[in-house]
Write a protein that binds this ligand. Structure first.
Ligand SMILES: O=C([O-])C(=O)C[C@H](O)[C@@H](O)C(=O)[O-]
Ligand SMILES: [Mg+2]
Length: 429
């Protein structure tokens, strides 16, 4: 019997639009300062010659935006099925321009520029591929191994509101009681079953007290603390000792692979990172030195969804755990993160997400498919990412970008407007 195979013709890129947007953010504190009133993102939309379109989302700083535009020009005519070519075209577009512009306020500085720039295009091509074959992106990544993805509550110390503005509806969280209240609201709204506290804001003993208060209030929930490398080796070990048996993992207590290795040698608490292992080049030295137990992947700086699959394979090879990092983001990123997490067997920790800090009425997609239940997000099953670009909303958030005046994330500069002597020396404690 003869079998008939249908050979699919190529699907070439006809156009790419790159649109910077801004959405309102809360005054969330971290070790380098405080979030400004708006978070910046860039939305890319790829359209093929046959009129199918797909979307991706990434950082919004000026250097990155200019690189995205340059790369977008280079993509005309590329087949959306040729993702290996995306690396070559991005590399060509960037030329020697490969340093700086990470857009993360100095907290993740060593990631690969090519990986960061190609990521939203990789996501948009996968969105198109999924639409073409009528399958969700998770299927293109090997198939979902879970129907829903667990996320953790991302707790922040915060001011009551942006200075000069009314208090926001979250109110202040500047002590253990405030954080417990914040956690209660997040759990009440989303059902999260693990908690992460962004630390590095107050002296370590205050943050230890906060974690202990969270442990007392939520005895069953895994807890994580992330000071973004604000501590010396000694301080990190002091915190690890005080919280021995309390933390699921301690995230980036101190700076660099050598610093993390020095801490890891002396504590049984697992160490996680999204700061000292941020690119493929970091893996070999981190493994050789035993610096980390868990890598927090992030498709925005690891080169997109397929490259994160490669990272997962390496973590498996070297016995490292895998979790997921998040910055402030919109619904396209949440959908992409969810497909990736669903299709990554090794990703067994609840993922980070800033989602609760975004106002529900601000997004570039209809967030209906992105509903949390019991701290989990059901993996979208519609073709592609499963979210559709709302062009009116995109125009509104682009207008907000033009009007807000912010062009680069600057948590430190914003903090210094209110505390001129604010210092970012490392280690801070
Ligand atoms: O896990 C992390 O290190 C982060 O999420 C970094 C972010 O930049 C976070 O600290 C923030 O937005 O303030
Ligand atoms: Mg972190």
């Amino acid at each position: 019997m003869r079998m008939a195979f249908m050979v699919r013709t190529s699907e070439r890129i006809a156009g790419v639009t790159v649109t910077p947007v801004a959405f309102r953010d809360h005054p969330l504190l971290n070790t380098v300062g405080v979030h400004e009133p708006y978070a910046l993102r860039t939305i890319v939309e790829i359209t093929t010659e046959s009129g199918v379109s797909g979307v991706g989302e990434t950082y919004g700083g000026t250097v990155h935006l200019e690189r995205l535009r340059r790369t977008a020009d280079e993509l005309a005519g590329m087949d959306v099925w040729s993702l290996n070519e995306l690396i070559a075209r991005t590399t060509r577009a960037l030329g020697a321009d490969t340093t700086g512009g990470d857009g993360m306020s100095g907290m993740v500085t060593g990631s690969s520029t090519v990986d960061r720039v190609m990521s939203p295009f990789d996501v948009a091509c996968l969105d198109i591929q999924g639409k073409l074959v009528g399958r969700p992106v998770s299927d293109l990544l090997g198939g979902a191994v879970r129907d829903s993805v667990p996320y953790s509550a991302y707790l922040f110390y915060k001011w009551a509101g942006h200075p000069g503005q009314e208090d926001d509806d979250w109110g202040p969280a500047l002590d253990p009681a405030g954080l417990v209240e914040q956690a209660r609201r997040m759990i009440g709204t989303y059902g999260f079953t693990s908690l992460k506290l962004k630390g590095g804001v107050f002296p370590p003993d205050e943050e230890i007290a906060a974690v202990k208060a969270l442990r007392k209030a939520f005895p069953e929930l895994p807890l994580r603390l992330d000071p973004n490398a604000a501590w010396s080796t000694e301080t990190s070990l002091h915190v690890a000792r005080e919280l021995d048996g309390v933390l699921q993992y301690l995230e980036d207590p101190t700076e660099g692979i050598d610093g993390m290795a020095a801490v890891a040698r002396e504590t049984p608490t697992p160490l996680a990172t999204n700061m000292c292992v941020v690119s493929f080049d970091d893996l070999a030295p981190a493994v050789a030195k035993g610096a980390v137990g868990i890598v927090l992947s992030d498709h925005h700086f690891w080169g997109g969804l397929r490259r994160c699959g490669q990272l997962a394979a390496m973590c498996e090879t070297f016995g490292l755990g895998l979790s997921m990092h998040s910055n402030s983001h919109l619904g396209i990123s949440l959908a992409a993160m969810t497909h990736l997490a669903a299709a990554t067997p090794r990703l067994t920790y609840a993922c980070d997400t800033h989602w609760p800090w975004k106002r529900p009425d601000e997004d570039v997609v209809d967030p209906t498919p992105l509903r949390f239940a019991e701290g989990r997000l059901a993996v979208p099953t519609a073709p592609g990412l499963g979210v559709e670009l709302d062009r009116d909303a995109l125009a509104r958030l682009h207008r907000q970008y033009l009007d807000c005046g912010l062009r680069d994330r600057d948590d430190t500069g914003y903090m210094r407007r209110f505390e001129p002597s604010f210092s970012t020396k490392t280690p801070r404690w």
